[in-house]
Design a protein. Sequence first.
Length: 475
Amino acid sequence: MRSPVRHYVGGGFDGSGVPFPLVDPVRGTTAGEAPAASRELVDRAVDAARAALSGPWASWSPAERARLLHRIADGIEARFEEFVDAECADTGKPRELASTVDIPRAVANFRSYADLLVGRAERSWNTPTPDGRGALNYTVHKPLGVVAVISPWNLPLLLLTWKVAPALATGNTVVAKPSELTPGTACLLAEVMAGAELPPGVFNLVHGGGGDAAGQWLTEHPGVDAVAFTGESRTGSTIMRAVAGRLAPVSFELGGKNAGLVFADADLERAVEGTLRSAFTHSGQVCLCTERVYVERPVFDAFAEALAAGARELTGYGPMVSAAHRDKVLGYLGKAAADGRILAGGGVPRFGDDRDGGFWVEPTVLTGLPEDHPAVREEIFGPVVHLAPFDTEEEALALANAGPYGLAATVWTGDVSRAHRVAPALDVGIAWVNTWNLRDLRTPFGGVKASGIGREGGDHSLDFFSEPMNVCVKL
Ligand code: NDP
């Protein structure tokens, strides 16, 4: 059984609220419970965050905030194994993934924003204006105020801290709501915050559901000045409607249906290995995962055969996060089996032990589906990739750019000129060439079309979470 999940409001822990069950995705058994925040508790969290804005926190210098971020990072590192345990218990993801990606990246999120803060200077202009008038102009960055951070279940701590770190770096106060499926590491983070000498109310955490529950109440709350959200595109639209009346700014990282392009001049072995990683990391439950691969016709058969063989040999992968999500993925596979061909996987693995009660889906390679098929067009968010051939570079680009999403894409080619021609022509926020998910936290991260609004990462996040103000002094 896991340690108790509690809210953290105004610097104190709170276990109130109707309990909801937490389920172990590996076995499908109940593994604990968490309290759902009441509307009154959400109000208290927002009030505490509002009050903290005018407390001692308001006078913390950037250097003090940078030291705080390092203390939080130290606190996560000091309880590293507990964080790994909690992330694995909630998501069912392999321990290796949580201990090499999720938790180290959460630490890096705090450290990278701490380092950025120290090197950041405000701009000023003390030269005459373009029309010759003497003036000193300088910029002051102010916090937005109370920020709601709403995060999904796939990379619970990584994505939560990716927003909390820059929000605190810029002097905001935060009310965070993780997915009800994965509250464990957020709760540990609150414990770390409690030991990090943070003024009460600067970081608050409430648990509970999204729609018509804590998530929705937060976004509708008149005391919330901005919403930073990662999740489904449909939820993004709902949140946009919720904040529209008060014109609160939003930062949205939403869904994707990411394409891979494999050209005949690519190192095929590397392209296969890279696509196995990009399609099946965390069983496809990463927003950046590749779900459609277009392969130049002369190498299509060889690529398809090698990818299917690789998928069949994969071991050590994890389950879907919930029974509902497993059923959704299997629904797509049912339609795909009827309308196309399954080259690998397509079903539920059998282990002959208690994992047979869990939410597993085999790594699956599909082909032969039309481009308007739901399994090719809609985000599945599972271990499923569809392969289709192309004949020309123009056709490859048109296929990759079709559809409502535009988060990420990967290009596999041995031709440097082609790489520089194709990558910038993709309608996405992030294009990788001969690699996947190689991240530098200073670079812009986000999507176009239905994949998001705004960019996170480095200065982009610091800019979102602060309000630049111009002061002009006549000289
Ligand atoms: P959801 O949109 O279902 O949920 C995300 C968060 O929003 C959860 O905390 C959820 O709470 C909450 N929520 C749900 N409905 C509302 C509402 N009406 N008002 C306020 N909050 C709400 O996404 P998933 O958790 O299913 O995450 C998977 C999705 O996230 C995929 O589409 C994936 O592509 C996307 N994603 C995008 C990333 C990016 O960077 N672009 C990165 C990672 C994931 P609860 O879960 O408790 O219902």
